[in-house]
Design a protein around this ligand. Structure first.
Ligand code: AMP
Ligand code: MN
Ligand code: MN
Ligand code: MN
Length: 278
């Protein structure tokens, strides 16, 4: 059985390829009844998506995916059900976008030293919204013929330890959670299976996150394996976390992540949407 919900998706305002209207229509067409748009460090898509969602009879959950740093690792914290107009949240996101701009300058300089010219300008030209991400650099590297496809751009240039990588301290997880809670939202750790953390370290992350007021973790994610589904369903119960589900959809060219085809939880979990009126 598949879920009719998807609580993790991206538009062109961050590093996805669809406009908010295209994303909402694609989701509705794929049978999604409730959708969260969770762009990285920006909420500009939400106002544009709202009337389209209404038209399609789809319930829009206002969201964001905040870049955070914990123990020298980048951790993504989803805020679901936020009020995007909240000033503390917007001030925090604006600061993260400034850090992104500064990092992009460094990335461009490092890539130039590595013989790749004009990467910053190229990546900027591909950014439709107010954030610049590694994905924009990756699209530039493909377009300029340095690599054949996006994955290769990360593998060769943009992943940790590669020539274009710049390590960056983002928000603390306590800060990310506090902005989300101030804005009336629920804080959820995105794709916990992707951080390359062992069971002990994950346990510490989850303890710290819960102490900060975090309420949930993604159990079902486009970047989780079947084993991860089971593992994180178990973690959710152990830590008393709500369980979320999201594709992390970035657009139709990322063929391995589909809208509207998320499996149900593999074992009993308390859904993050348990008290939403869906
Ligand atoms: P940033 O937040 O700017 O550091 O960029 C991170 C984004 O890059 C993630 O949200 C993903 O969308 C994308 N990303 C990270 N690793 C990969 C990869 N190996 N292949 C494709 N996209 C990736
Ligand atoms: Mn992304
Ligand atoms: Mn993420
Ligand atoms: Mn994401």
């Amino acid at each position: 059985m598949s879920l009719q919900y998807d609580f993790h998706t991206h538009t062109r305002y961050s590093d996805g390829t669809l406009s908010p209207a295209q994303l909402v229509r694609a989701a509705a067409g794929a049978g999604v009844r409730a959708l969260a748009i969770t762009d990285h460090d920006v909420t500009d898509a939400l106002a544009e998506a709202a009337p389209i969602a209404k038209d399609c009879g789809l319930q829009l959950v206002p969201g964001v995916e905040i870049s955070a740093t914990w123990s020298n690792k980048t951790i993504h914290v989803l805020g679901l059900g936020i009020d995007p107009a909240h000033s503390a949240l917007q001030a925090g996101l604006a600061r993260l976008r400034e850090l992104r701009d500064a990092r992009a300058e460094d990335m461009g300089a490092r890539l130039a030293k590595h013989g790749i010219a004009n990467a910053l300008a190229g990546a900027r030209a591909l950014a439709a919204g107010p954030i610049i991400s590694r994905t924009h650099f990756a699209h530039f590297l493909v377009k300029a013929g340095h690599v054949r496809e996006l994955r290769q751009a990360f593998k060769q240039f943009l992943a940790k330890g590669k020539p274009g990588y710049v390590s960056q301290a983002w928000a603390g997880i306590d800060e990310a959670v506090s902005w989300i809670r101030a804005a009336g939202g629920r804080a959820v750790i995105a794709h916990p299976g992707r951080y390359d953390l062992g069971t002990t370290a994950l346990g510490r992350l989850f303890e710290d996150f819960r102490a900060a007021g975090g309420e949930g973790i993604e159990v079902i994610s486009g970047s989780h394996s079947r084993d991860d589904y089971h593992r994180f369903a178990h973690f959710a119960r152990e830590f008393g976390f709500l369980a979320s589900a999201g594709s992390d959809y970035h657009g139709p060219e990322n063929v391995w992540l589909h809208l509207g085809q998320l499996p149900d939880f593999p074992s009993p979990c308390k859904p993050v949407w348990h008290d939403w009126n869906l």
